[in-house]
Design a protein around this ligand. Sequence first.
Ligand SMILES: [Zn+2]
Length: 423
Amino acid sequence: MPFSERNQLRNHFVLGFVPFGGCFDDFIKPFIEEMKQLEEGKIMDIQGNKSLVIASIGDITADLPQGNDMAGVKRHGATRGCRTCNATKDSWTANNLDLLLISRYKHLADKQFEEISAAPMITRCKEIATEHGLQLQPPILDYLRWERHLQSPQDVYHATAGKVLRLLKMTIESFTLEGKSAFLANWKTFEYPRTWHKLPNPISHIDSFMMSDCLQLAMIFPFILNRFLKHHHFKQSELTKLQHRMGISRNDSATNLWIRCWSVVARTMVTVFKGSFTEDDYVELRECLDNERKLLSQMFEEFECLLNLHINFHLILHAKNYATLLNTSVGMKEMIHRIFKNIVPRTNLKDVSLDLLRRYNTLFALRYLMDGGTDFQSSKSSSGFMSISQHLKRLMSDWFIAKDKKVNVMNDGNEDVNEGINN
Ligand SMILES: [Zn+2]
């Protein structure tokens, strides 16, 4: 298939896996075996034509620890716990990182894995693994063709929400009682967009904030602060700490810096979640990410050497590789997960994977028909929608395994449509 057709959106499939605490390697083995066959190419019958179908892995997304596991890198508590580069923990937010020099490259990591497996003693194996921040064995996905460090991009959704939640907690902690009540008063009266759901109280319910709540609040936070914030709303000890770190003497400057910090975070957030990028947008993205990293790590000790902030270095690369950061964000996976999870209670739980597959196939068939039955990848159009009433019963029944419930495929052209819907 030519590249122009291969890169069509419909040739990419999002697959979600939820091992529910099971061993990932055991869980993913059947998938790896099937993908291996598809990498070699499989002859399939497509609309009556025998076609060679080839598929391979495009990208994996996961939260931070699981993503590191899948790339064969130690978790983020380790000295070299970043799956995209070799930077050590103490320099994660440093200004002088030379990314080209310290990035993880597959051919180099391959050699390091060989070195680990060739070591004579297990203690030596562990030493070498620690030195490189790698696991003792290459990840199971290495059975497939993939570039483990490029095709496992960092997740912008978790990283951004993590940063915002940390800053939110720190800001609220730094307020005096008067500061907290002034904040709440302004938070309650803020003119929210009508489509937003009501946010929980950020002072009393901060622990039940979900990631999406954090992101929503971060959008309006600088505006709220700008409306009321004065230096006496902060505990003096917090202002002194900040003045000391930033080398400033006035309380007002420290307060303004706090507002500026929130506005930089909010602006970065808007940029990283953009749905499309022009060349200028990529430049802006780099500037925002750099500004945010520098300002947060300079202002607060809690952000120094924080992996979520270090990821800012890599997001620009991921954005360029995958066009946007949304394409590879876990938010996409979470949506697929939610759709499937909501389907499960509506099945009869006899054979969930078969039911899900059946439902998924049906939805795809419906989407195809809704689109006018035309598939741009084949020149044939379908008359499926014209005769949908004749096939409705077959389409809508038979979703779940049940006794004595067979539909005669040969006769379903004569079926009663209403009966089909009620079934
Ligand atoms: Zn890194």
